[in-house]
Write a protein that binds this ligand. Structure first.
Ligand SMILES: [Zn+2]
Ligand SMILES: [Zn+2]
Length: 285
């Protein structure tokens, strides 16, 4: 029997099906110390809306269950950098409503993915993305920290490198904007974190750009595809191209182990969320 370490906060993305507060029960069943949700169906624009009872039950469980932080992730369709009028309008409306839901539920962190500036320049996309996030900070009444997630796409993407993310943070210059570091995205974007040496270089790079303190949440995902592939396909921890040595190194890093680790690993017959969480725990020395 391996002794599991419970000092590091580990959890995963859970479903809000039927009622948003059930996320707490699902998270508890699989041993989460922290968890992430979508505030709505992430695959469409429609909002079902939350009843006041649902909100109350969520807030109630938030006090009773010993889990923190609770994190929300923006729905898939939103493109906060879009230069297309219609897409931008839908994206910003959805984003602001999702932030509003976080505010009602008392969720402190909201993860946003990168945005595409198709049809325009990097600079135009950058400006639109930054202004979207600024609107989000206001909508959250400065109580919600927006976490910019590093993307799989590299240099040309607004959040594909940590130096690009640094420019976003500097431009916004507000404590309510921090970073979500996704291990799979970093790897396929070209940061070779699969070896000890690669991780040292990576940490140095992060320190010289955004600084490790800017990372509020870690998305722990292995990768089905190679370093620099720019193809974002999550794999069970230790079973992908990043591998066990790397996750052992990352989870035992003095600064990173103090952060919340949230898994977005596949749902299939190889391993379930409970097993992935315990696997990561088993790597802690
Ligand atoms: Zn992620
Ligand atoms: Zn991903």
């Amino acid at each position: 029997m391996i002794e599991l370490n419970y000092e590091v906060k580990i959890g995963c993305h859970v479903s809000i099906a039927k009622s948003v507060d059930l996320a707490f029960d699902r998270a508890k069943d699989i041993g989460c110390a922290t968890f992430q949700i979508f505030t709505k169906n992430p695959r469409g624009w429609a909002f079902k809306g939350l009843s006041s009872e649902e909100i109350e039950r969520f807030r109630d469980k938030n006090l009773k269950y010993n889990m923190s932080p609770i994190v929300a992730h923006i729905s898939y369709l939103s493109n906060l950098a879009s230069l297309d009028k219609e897409i931008y309008q839908k994206s910003i409306e959805s984003f602001l409503r999702e932030i509003e839901i976080c505010f009602l539920l008392g969720i402190p962190y909201f993860v946003v993915h990168s945005g595409s500036y198709k049809g325009g320049s990097f600079q135009e996309g950058f400006e639109r993305y930054v202004s979207s996030i600024q609107r989000g900070i206001d909508a959250g009444k400065h109580k919600i920290t927006i976490l910019v997630e590093n993307s799989a796409s590299g240099e040309k993407a607004l959040t594909g490198t940590f130096s690009n993310i640094k420019n976003i943070l500097e431009e916004i210059n507000d404590q309510n904007v921090q970073v979500c570091f996704d291990t799979c995205h970093a790897f396929v974007a070209g940061y070779d974190i699969s070896s000890k040496k690669g991780i040292v270089d990576f940490v140095t790079e992060v320190e010289s750009t955004i600084g490790l303190r800017s990372i509020s949440i870690i998305h722990a995902n292995d990768s089905k595809t190679d370093v620099g592939s720019h193809r974002d396909l999550h794999e069970h921890l230790g079973l992908g191209k990043i591998g066990e040595i790397a996750f052992t190194e990352l989870i035992n890093n003095e600064s990173l182990k103090k952060k919340p680790w949230i898994l977005e690993t596949p749902l299939d017959s190889i391993r379930n969320d409970f097993e992935n969480i315990n696997y990561l725990r088993s790597l802690i020395k």
